[in-house]
Design a protein around this ligand. Structure first.
Ligand code: NAD
Length: 248
């Protein structure tokens, strides 16, 4: 059902976690994938494991870099069918701990970075249509403690998704988002060794009605579905992939 054969796909933040799982799944589903990230070492590992994925080092907060990510996909594949705006930073801090500089940094990557990825993808997609998937979060649909900058930035992802879906439907461009619960990426796994980390992970696992945290591959499958023609009548949706977290 979910087939991406021949689709030209760009995935940002593809050097680790959900982005890496998405880039590799999309390649397995037949897509021609361009993987972008600011982390050159992580991208080199991805390229070594997956020769069919073309890697581009760049920063999603820089318009010039995002244009280059998009143009690499267009030069390689003649068009851009799918963009996954996934790159992000995920700090945990309450409003008193969050400095004005930290607010700017989170908004730059998670807010402006997502805006730029959508903007330059739409610029080329307007000719042939396409599909964009943004990474929101359960924190982009409901309030959480200790996410004073990250949570509002993820509301930007949810809002951008709905507004751009309405704005570009007439050109055959669908815009959706996934809203993952807590997903066991390398960084989340590393919390086990930090003070209070094991307790936090236990408490988060219990907060998901399915009784565990999610895996990057489980989010990647939802992203691939929304990106594909199997979701041809779905646009403007923010799909929780959260083990029931938001249904409580
Ligand atoms: P991760 O840290 O494993 O991966 C994020 C990637 O983005 C990294 O490879 C990083 O180098 C890259 N990146 C950061 N800043 C960048 C920049 N300026 N330009 C280009 N690349 C940049 O994190 P993840 O958990 O896989 O998160 C991926 C997305 O999923 C994020 O948008 C995050 O907010 C969202 N998300 C994650 C979770 C979770 O529990 N892990 C939950 C909900 C939403």
């Amino acid at each position: 059902l979910v087939d991406l054969t021949g689709k030209s796909c760009l995935v940002t933040g593809a050097a680790s976690g959900i982005g890496r799982a998405t880039a590799t799944l999309m390649a397995r589903l037949g897509a021609r994938v361009v993987a972008a990230d600011v982390d050159a070492v992580g991208l080199a590992h991805l390229a070594a494991d997956h020769h069919d994925v073309l890697c581009v080092v760049g920063d999603v907060t820089e318009p010039h870099d995002v244009r280059r990510m998009v143009s690499t996909a267009v030069e390689r594949n003649g068009r851009l069918d799918v963009a996954v705006a996934n790159a992000g930073v995920l700090p945990l801090s309450d409003v008193l701990e969050t400095s004005p500089e930290e607010w700017d940094r989170v908004m730059a990557v998670d807010g402006k970075g997502m805006f730029l990825t959508c903007k330059y993808a739409i610029e080329v997609m307007q000719a042939n249509g396409g599909s964009i998937v943004c990474l929101s979060s359960i924190s982009g649909l409901a309030g959480q403690a200790r996410q004073a900058a990250y949570g509002p930035a993820k509301f930007v992802a949810s809002g951008l998704t709905m507004h751009l879906a309405v704005e570009w439907a007439h050109r055959g461009i669908r815009v959706n988002a996934v809203a993952p619960g807590t997903i066991v990426t390398e960084r989340v796994r590393a919390l086990k060794d930090e003070p209070g980390g094991p307790e936090y992970l236990d408490q988060m696992a219990r907060a998901h009605p399915l009784g565990r945290l999610g895996e990057p591959a489980e989010v990647a499958r939802a992203i691939a579905f929304l990106a594909s023609d199997a979701a041809s009548f779905i646009t403007g949706t923010v799909l929780p992939v959260d083990g029931g977290y938001l249904a409580r």
